[in-house]
Design a binder for this molecule. Structure first.
Ligand code: MUC
Ligand code: MG
Length: 383
């Protein structure tokens, strides 16, 4: 029997190509937790746990993910059967409440290890790939309308993206609508435009926001209000034709069930990390499909390992109506994979090979591993 021998973690700080302006913070770097699960047969599985903007997006940070794995998850798994991922997941879920990103990071490494030992891609362990390439959105979040338009034009010309998600919610609603309107007018029907408010609006702002966005032809609005306000989200979905998508509100299948049963949203942003792993994310996907809720393959702005893991799962899904946003590696100044993921013809392509199908560039990992310097993330109020 192959056993889980040791679990190692390290934090990697990657600078972004430009400031990424979200309603709650501006990111100038991303911190990822790289996980290596070492098995008794000498094989290694790779995992990644990543959140957004320190603690400004959610309850986990790179530091908390690392500590949850090192202190609580690793000791539970060492010595267990490496090939029995359900047993490992069961043990983690029993002993570790919350912390879905940390749990997912370890689970990714277990799937990678199992796939490598069996010589099959992770997608095959989830029933097989039906879409080896998927549409991939790009987020326009430079904080400046003209720069966003120029970026969108460049992406269209390079045939890299034809769906753009605009990050709004930091400015007054009226200013945000004007900003989105300028981009919609410039791009016309050459691309699909969506927005993500990251919970920034109260109900009154959301009413004006959704009305304005709908009038200028925005296709979908993501998490306009506080993730805990499920009933208000339902009211907004009922009142407007613009699609309303849940993101931060979805922390696994229980939330998905609640949202589906309560007819709260038209669409789910499925994130493997936020769902607590690939297996739980696949349950979220099944709930959405059964309830007629449109799917979007979401990201926590992961680097190559986390992005490849999401790709493996999403490639097995019959219909992702809203496409994916698995562009994380493109937001960073440098690539940490030995062979980058392929982005071409508006799509992201599933890498070939066993496990996740990707390998690390160990020199880059050594270069970007956190030393004594804290990560850079500027709180909105300080700007
Ligand atoms: C989010 O809230 O969806 C996804 C794309 C992006 O730019 O930020 C993330 C987070
Ligand atoms: Mg979102």
């Amino acid at each position: 029997m192959t056993k889980i021998e040791r679990i190692e973690t390290q934090i990697i700080d990657l600078p972004t190509i430009r400031g990424h302006v979200l309603s709650m913070t501006t990111m100038v770097s991303q911190s990822i937790v790289l996980v290596r699960v070492r098995f008794s047969d000498g094989s290694v599985g790779l995992g990644e746990g990543t959140s957004i903007g320190g603690l400004s997006y959610g309850a986990e940070s790179a530091e908390s993910i690392k500590s949850a794995i090192d202190t609580y998850i690793a000791p539970l798994l060492e010595g267990m059967d490496a090939d029995n991922i359900n047993a490992a997941r069961g043990r983690i879920e029993k002993a570790v409440r919350g912390n879905p990103i940390a749990r997912c990071a370890v689970e990714i490494a277990l799937w990678d290890g199992l796939g490598r030992r069996l010589g099959v891609p992770v997608a095959q362990l989830f029933g097989g790939t039906v879409h080896p390439a998927m549409d991939v959105a790009w987020t326009l979040a430079s904080g400046n309308s003209d720069r966003d338009v120029a970026e969108a034009e460049e992406m269209l010309a390079r045939r890299r993206h034809r769906q753009f998600k605009l990050k709004i919610g930091k400015r007054e609603v009226r200013e945000d609508i004007a900003h989105v309107g300028r981009i919609c007018a410039a791009i016309g029907d050459r691309a699909r435009i969506t927005v993500d408010v990251n919970q920034a609006w109260d109900l009154h702002q959301a009413r004006w926001g959704l009305k304005g966005l709908q009038e200028i032809g925005v296709a979908m609005v993501e998490q306009p209000i506080d993730a805990r306000m499920g009933e208000s989200l339902r009211m907004l979905s009922d009142t407007y034709e613009i699609a309303v998508m849940a993101d931060e509100a979805l922390q696994g299948p229980v939330d998905a069930m609640r949202h589906a049963a309560g007819h709260r949203t038209d669409a789910f942003a499925v994130k493997i990390a936020q769902s607590g792993g690939l297996a739980r994310a696949s349950e979220v996907i099944s709930i959405a499909a059964a309830a007629g809720i449109g799917l979007y393959g979401g990201t926590m702005l992961e680097a190559g390992i986390g992005t490849a893991a999401a790709l493996q799962l999403f490639s097995t899904v019959e219909t992702m109506f809203w496409g994916t946003e698995l562009f994380g590696p493109l937001l960073f100044k440098d690539e940490i994979l030995a062979e980058p993921l392929r982005y071409a013809d508006f799509q992201v392509h599933l890498p070939a090979g066993p496990g996740l199908g990707v390998a690390l560039d160990e020199d880059k990992i050594a270069h970007y591993t956190r030393g004594r310097v804290a990560p850079v993330s500027i709180p909105v109020k300080a700007i």
